[in-house]
Design a protein around this ligand. Sequence first.
Ligand code: BGC
Length: 711
Amino acid sequence: MSNEYISRARALMAQMTLEEKVAQMMQIPYAMVGREEALRWAKLGAGSFLHVLGDDAREIQQAACSTRLGIPVIFGIDAVRGHALNDHATVFPTQLACACSWDRETAREMGRITAREVATDGLHWTFSPLLCLSRDPRWGRVNETFGEDPYLTGELAAAIIEGYQGDSLDDPESIIACAKHYFAYGEAVGARDACDSEITYRKAREVFLPPFKKAVDAGCASFMTAYGSIDGTPLTIDRKALHDILRGEMGFDGFVVTDWMNATSLVTQQFVAADPVEAARLAAEAGNDMIMSSPEFYESALRSIREGRLSESVIDEAVLHILTVKMRMELFAHPEKLGRPGCIGCAEHHEAALRAAQKSITLLRNDGVLPIADGVKTIAVIGGNADDIRAQYGDWTYFSHPLPNPEHEPIRPYTTIREGMEALAAARGIACVYSRGCSPIPTDADDLDAAVEAAKGADLIVYVVGDEVPQVGEGKDRADLALSGRQSELFARLRALGIPMTTVLCASKPLAMPEVEAASNAVVVAFNGGAHGGEAVAQALFGEINPQGRLPISFPHHSGQVPVYYNALPGWHKQVDKQKYCDLPETPLFAFGEGMGYAPFAYSDLSFDTDTLTARVTVKNTGSVEGVETVQVYFRDLVSSVMTPVKQLIAYKQVELAPGKAKTVEITLDRMDFSLVNRREERVVEPGEFLLMVGHSSRNEDLLTVKFALA
Ligand code: BGC
């Protein structure tokens, strides 16, 4: 970053009173405080507001720019899957669905378009991407993550950040990205949102910090602190995390914002501060620059300084971080972002949302029932989630935030699965009947008999299962991952008809559905596909697109089996590849990296050149349609000073192959890809023997292996 911005920020700060400086650290929640109070804060010099749109935002900005120093505010919003809190914006797939694409370009495009729409609304900053790992699918926020793997998460994070921020922060179509929640928030014990993560710093460095490092390297201008704690220390007061590692080791040069009321919760939830004055000191000293939604911080920090408990230099450091980013944005010249007038929800953006949904469709089982064959005359589409745009969206849209608004009328264009199926069936002269049957959350309208009746006589049943918004998000962790309500019962009754059946998962997360895996002729995972998720599912089922998604997360057989993430440490008291539980397999229902299309791929001739660290493998499309294969590279350190995972993803490459064509795929690795974090918390490569595994998924049977040594 150029020193010029820092000098300009310093010069401005030199003119600020202590009160103005502390106000600059404040981020005010518009929806909670209301207009009058928001304007009062703007006049005090608050640095930022969140969740405010349109004219309300403009009024606040005018108030801020009319203050003594006229420092513009930055407006933050949770535009986490498109600018979806604006009801006319383009709703993209969730991060989890996007991660099924394993496609950096899809993530980048999603970021770019979101930025353009947010900027066109005059806003500057999205609280995205979320880089916590979903190793326990019971957690309520799995949908917001890129899945369970640090490497894949880091790759997609860097891409989406590049999309949000563009070439420079002062670009009229760029917004600030925010890497959150720093860190290991998804690892809370029992998947209980915001509880303690029982991990060590060695483990943090091995698993949870690498995606955040990639965010820093991608130039991410802001970070958000996590709600939770690591081994009993709330992240909000963890100077080792926020200062020593983030700034000192990773080289972060943006600003850090707390999560919602993190300063308040030090007193009210985590009990590490006796009062708000103490909490303000602890939060500021740890390295939080901006304080989200803890209004008492203002008076408390001032009091703490006046009483000599908190040094003003701590405040100066925070304000310098914030102002430097404001300088980089050229906010003083352009307090309001311009974006591209007319672009919100435009056709071009909707096409990109469809592309993203298409790439996210993950086909997991198929006995040949898909793509839908010519002989099919009638299709029965069953399930509430087949025709419920709220469930298809999931959370963080105008239906759910900033306050739940389930009565809001959905805004077109969008396509549900039912609509997508009906349109493509009609174009082929196929009859398509729909019956709701039941939804994930039981209602009086559930009618299983009607659904079974509707399905009789069909040549194919497409049964859509999943979850709904009240089962997703903060404070909505699930103890039970089985299909909720009467979905399983309806599955059994439909199955009993003996009609070929494709089951589609429209959900926020992996669900434990062994019955579906065992008895469906095909299983498709769509997660929350956004505005065009329904169209993408129908296109995949009819073979208009060849599904190319790969799971970014493992599915358990049963809730009691979690975690089942693939990159576990080797266990003891079991034989390799034999089951650990006496009543369930240890292996997942669906594995990380798994997914198939309509063309199978064959792997051969794996080699690894230890001089150039280049892996070579031949991949052949042995099917009859063109397809995209994601070549996955894993490794294992065979003997090491600390135990290391049975396999870890270190690279992947996507290749498009015509039917019958083969290609030698080359992937060059870096020596540090084979590193571990030792007991002294150092990332090192320990000389010795390693196993390289290359293939179609994380399952052993899908991988070719080669042993090699590194000196
Ligand atoms: C969430 C954050 C979000 C913030 C602002 C918090 O409750 O944890 O992810 O960005 O609210 O809406």
